[in-house]
Design a protein around this ligand. Structure first.
Ligand code: C5P
Length: 300
């Protein structure tokens, strides 16, 4: 039985600017995104029908996105084969780290391989846009400047292993992305210049600088997520540095000097009982894992 195993990486939004509201109800974005070493695993086995299972977290929406990705590929390719998709979750769900979107993009790429349907990546990226605004980015991953709804991607040279510390506040806000967009006020909108300047650093193969990190949802997130504002202030005081919101949050991240610094901050925050991760930027959206080697692969 053919088995493919993928590590599906999360992302952070180094910048996220909202330019304007569009006539279709979506918003025009400029966001510098980068994949990071925090990952879910997706096992894909051949089967007669389509089955999806999840381990590690009690979440429906993310399995749902994997199932929707599989169904989408079935309908466009008209393949008659099935697949058994088993997702092992490590990326906190609905936290602004793109876990569900990464899993969905890997489902498209993985099934395209399993079924031998040979759809070109550019076309898969178009299908990905039907599944969510962040999904096209995860077909390739690495670093990109997202524009439009999120589907217009300028691929950039990825960062050289930037270490980060990430903290995921407890959260349970229904429809948070929609609510955050709805809570934007005129002062939260900007023109994309900050994202472009940050992207320019990557184009020149330079590291990002903290002064260029920004997120339009920083203000509304403090209102929408109960307790986030106090926790944010606390985390910044404990680690002695600024933390930034990723995506629609509530995950917060800070730049770390190196691996040791990231681990030190992670330990400090973990002592307070916070869910925290040290991770570094990675150059792709996924890694293919050979089953025999699985145990030998260190966590990136
Ligand atoms: O596309 P996705 O399902 O990820 O978006 C969730 C919600 O976030 C949308 O229904 C929309 O309200 C909002 N959104 C937006 N502009 C974007 C992306 C998302 O208004 N560029």
């Amino acid at each position: 039985m053919a088995t493919l195993v993928y590590r599906c990486y999360a992302k952070i939004n180094l910048t996220l600017e909202v330019l304007r509201r569009r006539a279709d109800g979506y918003h025009e974005l400029a966001s510098l995104v980068h994949t990071i070493g925090l990952a879910d695993d997706l096992h894909i086995d051949s089967a007669n029908e389509l089955l999806t299972r999840v381990e590690g977290l009690d979440i429906d929406p993310e399995t749902d996105l994997v199932a929707r990705a599989a169904q989408l590929l079935t309908s466009v390719t008209r393949v008659r084969s099935g697949a058994e998709l088993t997702l092992t979750k490590r990326i906190p769900a609905a936290a602004g780290l793109g876990g569900g979107s990464s899993d969905a993009a890997t489902t498209l790429v993985g099934l395209n391989t399993l079924w031998g349907t040979r759809i070109h990546l550019a076309e898969l990226t178009q299908f990905a846009a039907e599944l969510g605004s962040d999904v096209p980015f995860f077909v390739r991953g690495g670093a990109a400047l997202m524009r439009g709804r999120g589907e217009d991607l300028e691929i950039l040279p990825p960062l050289r292993a930037q270490w980060l510390v990430i903290v995921v506040p407890p959260h349970d806000v229904l429809d948070k992305t929609k609510r955050l967009y709805a809570a934007l006020e005129p002062g939260d909108f900007s023109d994309g210049r900050v994202s472009n300047a940050a992207a320019q650093r990557l184009r020149q193969h330079l590291p990002v600088v903290e002064d260029q990190l920004t997120n339009a949802f920083a203000r509304p997130a403090r209102l929408v997520f109960p307790g986030l504002s106090a926790l944010w202030t606390n985390v910044e005081a404990i680690c002695g540095r600024r933390f930034f919101l990723s995506g629609a949050g509530p995950a917060l991240f800070a730049l770390a000097a190196d691996r040791a610094d990231a681990r030190r901050q992670e330990a400090r925050l973990a002592r307070l009982g916070l869910a925290t991760h040290a991770a570094r930027t990675v150059k792709h959206a996924r890694a293919s894992i050979k089953l025999a080697d699985d145990s030998a692969i260190g966590y990136p």
